[in-house]
Design a protein around this ligand. Structure first.
Ligand code: COA
Length: 293
């Protein structure tokens, strides 16, 4: 962006938050805010993925990286055009500022011909079956025993109590068929150099039984889980990683609009192991919001 373009964008920003949004608010009693500084807070926080003052010195319109300000402007334009929900953006900003508690996880999220729900004890048997299938587990070091799968199912569901979100059980018309969702990695991965930070990582992942493949449950389920995690829980970013050779999983990441960050060696696997080279992807809440209208 040239200096002249950056200046024009700053003018667009000022007009948007000082005039156009407050003016539009007069006809929108349902909007949660009406003042210029509130619009600025909401749009800037959402463009930054957190309270904007944590990453930008005031005044934001002058100091913000131009591409981030461009995102804030597009979000504002989308609010004006009715393509973005101002209340949802405000909710996220207030959660980031700890002005609101994270609402409890819903019992289920409903998609077309499938649902994401909390785990049930009756999922143990079909989960053990899919985790014992060598084809499903070909990108893992080994298939799991029934006892290991049961322990994993309990641990995955406990995430909802610990973090307020977790990997959801996927319910297809024929019943339980696997999981998709977000979690905080239990063991830290060596991603600091790739991401520029080590802490606060949230990962998204999926594992489905073979009859559920090719039906869009991973991609559509992940979209539902991400919409919930980014809005209700106000996550700023999620990452995903998988073995370099796991093309189906990388395809899901790409279909979600995640960007590939780079490669790393999985520390849990010995040197020379076929699954040791991994690829890392990331997706910011603001980028997901921009893709979903
Ligand atoms: C990774 C995994 C979940 C991906 O499953 P998948 O069936 O390829 O992914 P989806 O369920 O989203 O299906 C996408 C495919 O379904 C098709 N599809 C059918 N109906 C669809 C719909 N309504 N919406 C979207 N896609 C649809 C798509 O065209 C797409 O096919 P394409 O990729 O050939 O274009 C699955 O391979 C798996 O469980 N693997 C084993 C476990 C694993 O490796 N997990 C990841 C560890 S990191």
């Amino acid at each position: 962006m040239t200096p002249a373009e950056a200046e024009a964008q700053q003018r667009r920003w000022r007009a948007l938050v000082d005039e156009r949004l407050p003016e539009a608010a007069r006809a929108r009693p349902d909007w949660p805010v009406s003042r210029n500084h509130c619009f600025a807070r909401i749009l800037l926080d959402n463009a930054c993925g957190g309270p904007w003052r944590e990453s930008v010195a005031p005044p934001a319109w002058a100091n913000m990286p131009p591409e981030r300000l461009a995102l804030a402007v597009s979000l504002g334009e989308a609010v004006l055009a009715g393509r973005q929900d101002l209340a949802a953006l405000n909710h996220r900003s207030l959660l980031w500022r700890r002005k609101r508690p994270v609402p409890p996880a819903p019992a289920r999220l409903t998609g077309e011909n499938f649902a994401l729900r909390r785990w049930q004890l009756s999922d143990d048997a079909p989960f053990a079956a899919l985790c014992a299938d060598p084809e499903v587990m070909r990108y893992f070091p080994a298939p799991k025993t029934a006892r290991e799968s049961q322990a994993e199912a309990r641990a995955l569901d406990r995430r909802f109590e610990e973090d307020g979100f977790g990997p959801w059980a996927v319910e297809a018309p024929e019943g339980f068929c696997g999981f998709v969702g977000c979690w905080r990695p239990a063991r830290p991965l060596p991603l600091g150099d790739l991401l520029g930070r080590e802490t606060g990582l949230v990962e998204i992942g999926w594992r489905l039984a073979r009859p559920a493949w090719g039906r869009g449950f991973a991609v559509r389920g992940a979209r539902l889980a991400l919409a919930d995690a980014f809005s209700r829980c106000a996550l700023a970013e999620v990452v995903a990683c998988t073995a370099e050779s796991n093309t189906p999983s990388r395809r899901v990441m790409e279909r979600l609009g995640m960007s590939e960050v780079g490669g790393f060696d999985h520390p849990g696997l010995p040197e020379g192991h076929r699954l040791r080279p991994h690829r890392l992807y990331r997706l910011a809440a603001a980028d997901f919001a921009m893709r979903s209208f």
